[in-house]
Design a protein around this ligand. Structure first.
Ligand code: PEP
Length: 260
């Protein structure tokens, strides 16, 4: 494992998925904030990505209590407004002080039929409202076993970043989430996770140049827990984690924010 030598601010984001109503969201976030102090926030950017219905309550609470956690959304539509029943626009999220939007999570790709093209439209829409996309990429187990993991991730990056300026790419977060490790308790080995994150940085370098590749942050996601975050964060190209299950528990998530 190589040691880190870069200026990238680590970013730990909790993806609550479809869990915690707005009452629970406030309780959990308060408990989390009691466990974190100024030094933690100086070393790590802490992001909570709750369901849409929790965003306004959390925004109000974070503001009132001056808690320096950022809010993220788990998805959005790419249009500004209009007849799109059930969708939420990036502008609506920006108004709630949402800073990050997860785009192209494998559950959205697999269950809701999102494609690389729709993911690309969302990346651009999020950037248009000065928020930061967390662009999710990752291979299935079958693709990994067939030796196609890198090709899959490279194709997702090329398509997801099409038409995005180098300057914007530099600000992005890419989450490498091997699909077989999400919610399964199976984590990629530290070596495999680092190797894929280094590959992602190299691909971004080809797309947008060295400066963008060096500044873009890459998260690992897939069964991250207090027990494995330390070794993941020690990897040269892993700048943070996208955490599902373990982010629902404020004690576990606080330990992850502290790298175990
Ligand atoms: C995720 O949903 O992005 C995720 C990584 O989930 P988990 O941590 O539960 O595997």
């Amino acid at each position: 494992m190589t040691t880190k030598q870069n200026d990238r601010m680590p970013i730990i984001a909790g993806n609550w998925k479809m869990n915690h109503d707005h009452y629970q969201a406030i309780q959990v976030t308060q408990k989390l904030s009691y466990q974190l102090d100024k030094t933690d926030y100086e070393h790590v950017e802490v992001v909570i990505c709750p369901p849409f219905t929790d965003l306004r309550s959390l925004q109000t609470m974070l503001d009132a209590d001056r808690i320096p956690m950022a809010l993220g959304a788990q998805n959005c539509f790419h249009e500004d407004s209009g007849a799109y029943t059930g969708e939420v626009s990036p502008g609506m999220l920006a108004k709630l002080n949402v800073k990050y939007v997860i785009v192209g999570h494998s559950e959205r790709r697999e269950i809701f039929g999102e494609t690389d093209e729709t993911v690309n439209l969302k990346v651009k829409a999020v950037l248009k409202y000065a928020m930061v996309p967390i662009l999710c990429v990752g291979e299935t187990l079958a693709e990994r076993e067939a030796g196609g993991a890198e090709a899959k991730v490279a194709a997702q990056l090329v398509a997801g970043l099409a038409g995005v300026s180098k300057g914007n790419i530099a600000t992005l977060v890419v989450a490498y989430e091997p699909i077989w490790a999400i919610g399964t308790g199976r984590t990629a080995s530290t070596e495999d996770a680092q190797a894929m994150c280094a590959f992602i940085r190299k691909q971004v370098e080809e797309i947008a140049g060295v400066a963008a590749a060096q500044s873009l942050r890459i998260q690992y996601g897939g069964s991250v827990k207090p027990g494995n975050i330390g070794e993941l964060m020690a990897c040269a190209d892993i700048d943070g984690a996208l955490v599902g299950g373990a982010s629902l528990d404020p004690d576990d998530f606080a330990r992850i924010v502290r790298f175990g």
